[in-house]
Design a protein around this ligand. Structure first.
Ligand code: TXA
Ligand code: MG
Length: 313
């Protein structure tokens, strides 16, 4: 299959309307979209990404009015979050509408919904005119794509089109918050912090494994965000002794010898750059990537979540 590269949201939308699959930029990471009501197109996403069939997809809408096309009910907490954070890097989980095929939600009766704020994403969604099922546009398990080149690296020849935009602004995925429970529960840490959500609905909490028999966000149990290199999390004072091909990313200058170093001016910059850094390390055959731990406030919580998962992978 030939993958067409374009800068035109309208051209990329044509592929979706014909039942194809197209990657597009958002403010978090690049997504891989299909018409959510077209079961065959949705199935093609699983195949292209080699995604486990039990991992549900997020519905992406171009306007708030489309939420009701994919969700059967919008709770009052959900309405408050929509008012405060849409468009933006927040996904709310709602009861799904009967029209959405179960393939898209991996058999769940709920659906995650998000409205991106990135301009090109919005032009693309508007041109499509329908909600899109869209996971991140990477091969499952690999670092998420923050540039169109990263999408190309993983999916060239496997998808119909890549809508080329800038490097993504935030660099890690949206916060997923379950609004089907009385107190909203964060299933995946992301760009919108717990503190920000609590300012809107004070009862919001982080999901704790112990309160559930099966994880409510199935994607969380799979291997995630992992480069080929080994990832090790360290404190700033840690002294790295090895001299094998190794790299470092963090806020402070490291203690040791590294083939590749990235010092970030802020936690935001760290969050925006680490996925691309992981991919760069793999290209250079780095064996170990040392990542400085950060404090878990604001976007630091989401960054530490991704780093821990990458270290576990
Ligand atoms: O920022 C983002 O959210 C990006 C961009 C493209 O919008 N998308 C993204 O999609 O990260 P994906 O498929 O890589 O991750 C979706 C996460 C998974 O952990 C999945 O299990 C969870 O959201 N999820 C989706 N639908 C769900 C549902 N109905 N209930 C619980 N968790 C759900
Ligand atoms: Mg993903």
């Amino acid at each position: 299959m030939q993958t067409i590269l374009t800068k035109s949201p309208v051209e990329a939308a044509e592929f979706i309307k014909r039942g194809g699959i197209a990657a597009f930029p958002t403010e978090t990471v690049y997504g891989l979209g299909a018409d959510i009501f077209n079961e065959n197109a949705v199935a093609r996403i699983f195949e292209a990404k080699r995604r486990p069939m039990d991992n549900p997809m997020i519905a992406h809408v171009g306007e708030v009015g489309q939420i009701i096309l994919v969700a059967s009910e919008i709770s009052s907490n959900a309405r408050k979050f929509i008012k405060a954070f849409f468009p933006g890097p927040l996904t709310i989980v709602l009861p799904k509408s009967a029209k959405v095929p179960l393939t898209a939600t991996a058999g769940l009766e709920t659906i995650g919904v998000r409205m991106p704020r990135n301009t090109i994403a919005r032009e693309f969604l508007t041109a499509c005119g329908i909600p899109l099922a869209a996971p991140s546009a990477n091969i499952s398990g690999r670092p998420s794509p923050t540039t169109w080149e990263a999408v190309y690296e993983d999916l060239n020849g496997r998808i119909d089109c890549i809508l080329q935009g800038e490097a993504t602004e935030i660099g890690l995925e949206s916060t997923v918050v379950d609004c089907t429970t009385e107190a909203p529960m964060i299933l995946r840490a992301g760009a919108v912090s717990l503190e920000q959500l609590q300012m809107i609905v004070s009862a919001t909490t982080f999901y704790k494994n112990s309160s559930y028999v099966t994880p409510p966000s199935p994607g969380l149990k799979h291997k995630h965000y992992a480069p080929a290199a080994r990832v090790v999390l360290i404190d700033p004072e840690f002294k790295v002794k090895d001299s094998k091909p190794q790299a470092y990313i963090g806020l402070d200058f490291p203690n040791g010898e590294f083939g590749l170093i990235k010092i970030c001016a802020s936690v935001e910059e760290y969050a925006a750059g680490f996925f691309a850094f992981f991919r760069e390390c793999d290209k250079r055959k780095i064996e170990t990537i040392f990542c400085q731990k950060v404090s878990e406030a604001g976007i630091g919580a989401a960054l530490m979540d991704r780093l821990r998962r990458a270290a576990a992978g």
